[in-house]
Design a protein around this ligand. Sequence first.
Ligand code: NAP
Length: 359
Amino acid sequence: MTDFLVRRDDLRIHRTDDGEQTLASAAEGTVQFRVEGFGLTANNLTYAVFGDSYGYWRFFPAPEGWGRIPVWGFGAVSVSGVHGIVPGDRFYGYWPMSSFVTLRASPNRAGFVESSAARAPLPPVYNYYLRAVPEAGFEPGQDGASMIMRPLFTTAWLIADQLAANGWHGAEAAVLASASSKTAYATAWAIREHDDPPTLIGLTAAANVEFTEGLGVYDDVLTYDNIGALPADRGIVLIDMAGNADVRRQVHEVTHRVLRASIMVGATHWEGATFGVGDGLPGPRPELFFAPTVGQERAAALGPAAFAQRVGAAWLAFADRVPELIKIEHATGADALATAYTGFVEGKADPRKGLVFAL
Ligand SMILES: NC(=O)c1ccc[n+]([C@@H]2O[C@H](COP(=O)([O-])OP(=O)(O)OC[C@H]3O[C@@H](n4cnc5c(N)ncnc54)[C@H](OP(=O)(O)O)[C@@H]3O)[C@@H](O)[C@H]2O)c1
């Protein structure tokens, strides 16, 4: 069985290892899963980029100096030492890039919580595993969309929800950097679902303009070398999925007199990406948006059931559209995964594709 590992000090280097063998039985309190499939997007590379600073290497142990990048997808129970969880049960959640993994599972109404001591200090959202049933928003035929998009969409929904609650910070336009990324265009989609949304302007690489325009969620799309064309005569909010220090500086310099808020969400431009606050840029101080924290706060404010219901309904509406936005491709094996992973590392991943893997 296989684990896909990357060097923590050089994310370009990867290797495969023998992973867990299938167990004949599981120790009490633990469950062994076959990782059925997982999505791969720039978000997973970002987990690796911030593996040390945000604790992403701590989810799944690896040999010294190596890391197992977390991914979102489905796991099927192979053997169980937990009452109420039986072989064949399927769960959606956070897995390593591996064929098999054993987790410590404490069942709850929705599925289970991964309850090993090492996980306790990590953001709770990553420790919740949901039964993959229609009542939890896992419709038959939408597995690919769920693996690739569901956590990104939840982030997008939270960004739109927070901005709307703040009256768009008084801005008339929102600028989304790395506009061809799934998190960015899902955010644009979620913003459009609100009353009186701001004008949406996407910033992207020249190679991705056609795709980004074709999504139909942006009012305007500009390339990174045309940031000077951003409007400077109306209030703007920057929603930054790129993390590119130069792009952020340029946007601040061009718009600082009208820039109402600068929100750092991602780091798709991972090499040299900055994610700190207080860069000394003109205009408002960039603020970090971290979905696990915002989601927890929003769930506490609305009540967990109402929160799940609202996000779930929005997700199902968006999931229906996913096949129009991306072509979902499934591949098996470490070689295919390595090729796709390198595509993200080198910035050559095709935004038209949504990639799903099994090892
Ligand atoms: N803060 C949070 O809580 C939170 C939650 C979810 C996601 N995120 C972050 O949001 C970002 C977007 O994630 P995603 O999964 O939606 O991305 P994605 O769809 O895989 O993004 C693909 C796009 O990213 C850019 N890109 C990818 N690799 C690149 C490279 N090596 N060099 C330059 N550009 C590259 C390109 O867009 P352009 O040409 O348009 O730049 C590409 O089309 C990630 O950094 C992710 O971690 C943050």
